[in-house]
Design a protein around this ligand. Structure first.
Ligand SMILES: NC(=O)c1ccc[n+]([C@@H]2O[C@H](COP(=O)([O-])OP(=O)(O)OC[C@H]3O[C@@H](n4cnc5c(N)ncnc54)[C@H](O)[C@@H]3O)[C@@H](O)[C@H]2O)c1
Length: 423
């Protein structure tokens, strides 16, 4: 078992730390935020991720998991240090490596000789060399071990990954990193660092392309009278296509797909390589958000100015509290600009993330006096709500279901005019 430092306790760092402690390693997780660290040491999590708290509780109780402030304190006795800090979108779509390089510089002063520093943050091709330069430690190896977890199922994804990818300058270092995952059954892909960095971007951007494609197919289904739900079901049985990431929705968002797709397009432009498919996927994604706004506009014949819109769902997907680049917020902002008053409910959001947005503590309370109900996040509990009760509270009888979540016949039976996507 190894001594690990995990730098950053967000969705990736915290999940990785808890899983590594569960696998038997001695894990010290560092963050910059003392309040976050104090709470984590009491097993109070600042993020919502099903099942994760239980694993943190077990890790703390076993003595194999602890939380400290600052990378230096975490890494003084480590054998492996994972960089799990944020890499947000910077200028021109390029990934901003400020946090990665700052953490690497901190580690350079402290890690023992022979440490392997592992990039788990999503970083563009060539970043390992920049991390090595920031570390300024020729005795330290820099490896890449990109993370593929999905928010909402982060723990399950880490315990049962589709694959483990490790890139390192030499096979022995890569195998040492891969061995940290002993106990987890998954194919291991060992490669050079550049290819490992590329695998992450190529995978995320492919999902974005797939989702944009499905959203365009849904728009076409509407025009020609096909039902997109039947169409994607029929497509998904084809093993070359697969069922995942094949549902029409209000556009892809979240903390990863938009920034990673933009970063890959930027990389392609810098390298002089074509990126027409990526550009088209990004364009289609903006169009998809506009398409949802157009459906809401069409549902309120007197215009959105002065209308009251009930929204179910703010997070970028169900089972997370993450609002970063949420399509729901993008749609709401436009509805507000068009003069609507928006009242929203989300099970994981307690403070309004947008100015002027009203929050309701229950989904049905959001419906009071609303002209239209718009479903923007696929929280499963919304599908179980009595739509007759929603109708009784609303002024209008319109539903725009941008997730195809609700039961269309139940909505019609409750007196609604129901508009889904691609149907
Ligand atoms: N969130 C996802 O679903 C997901 C999935 C796969 C990969 N990734 C990638 O993983 C990386 C992390 O993503 P995230 O969503 O966990 O980010 P996050 O923003 O949730 O967490 C990052 C954490 O790092 C901390 N931090 C920053 N600099 C630090 C330093 N010098 N020392 C200690 N802590 C520091 C921050 O305070 C923050 O808590 C990103 O590159 C992201 O693209 C994210």
């Amino acid at each position: 078992m190894s001594n690990l430092a995990i730098i950053g306790t967000g969705y990736v760092g915290l999940t990785t730390g808890a899983v590594m402690a569960h696998l038997g390693h001695q894990v010290t997780c560092a963050d910059l935020d003392p309040a976050k660290v104090e709470k984590l040491n009491q097993a109070e999590l600042h993020i919502y991720e099903p099942g994760l708290r239980e694993l943190v509780v077990a890790g703390l109780a076993s003595g194999r998991l602890r939380f400290v402030v600052g990378a230096a304190e975490a890494a003084e006795a480590c054998e492996f240090a994972f960089l799990c800090v944020q890499t947000p979108q910077g200028a021109d779509g390029e990934a901003d490596l400020t946090w990665v390089l700052a953490a690497a510089a901190e580690l350079g002063h402290i890690v023992p000789p022979g440490t392997v520093v592992i990039n788990k943050s999503t970083v563009p091709v060539g970043s390992a060399a920049r991390v090595a330069a920031a570390l300024a430690r020729p005795d330290v190896t820099v490896a890449s071990n990109p993370e593929f977890l999905r928010e909402g199922t982060a723990l399950a994804d880490c315990l049962n990954p589709d694959r483990i990818v490790v890139g390192a300058p030499d096979v022995a270092a890569a195998q040492a990193v891969a061995a940290l995952y002993d106990g987890i059954t998954a194919p291991v892909v060992i490669t050079d660092v550049t290819s490992a960095e590329m695998i992450k971007y190529a995978s995320n951007a492919f999902l974005a392309v797939k989702l944009s494609y499905v959203n365009e197919i849904a728009a076409l289904c509407e025009r020609v009278g096909a039902d997109a739900l039947d169409v994607v079901q029929g497509m998904g049985f084809d093993q070359r296509i697969g069922k995942d990431a094949l549902k029409p929705g209000p556009g892809w968002g979240g903390s990863c797909l938009p920034k990673d797709t933009a970063a890959l397009a930027h990389m392609a432009a810098t390298a002089g390589a074509p990126a027409g498919v990526l550009q088209a996927a990004m364009h289609a994604n903006n169009e998809q958000r506009r398409r949802v706004v157009a459906k809401v506009t069409a549902a309120v014949p007197n215009g959105l100015h002065g209308a009251r819109v009930a929204v179910w769902g703010l997070t970028f997907k169900a089972n997370t509290d993450d609002l970063r680049d949420s399509p729901s917020l993008a749609v709401i902002q436009v509805l507000q600009q068009l003069g609507a008053t928006v009242v929203a409910h989300d099970p994981q959001v307690e403070a309004a993330p947008l100015e002027g947005l009203l929050l309701a503590s229950e989904p049905l309370l959001a419906c009071e006096q609303a002209d239209v109900l718009v479903v923007l996040t696929e929280w499963p509990q919304f599908a179980a709500i009595d739509l007759a009760e929603a109708a009784a509270r609303m002024t209008g009888r319109e539903i725009v279901d941008a997730r195809n979540l609700l039961d269309r016949s139940a909505a019609v039976a409750a007196g609604f005019h129901y508009v889904g996507l691609g149907r």
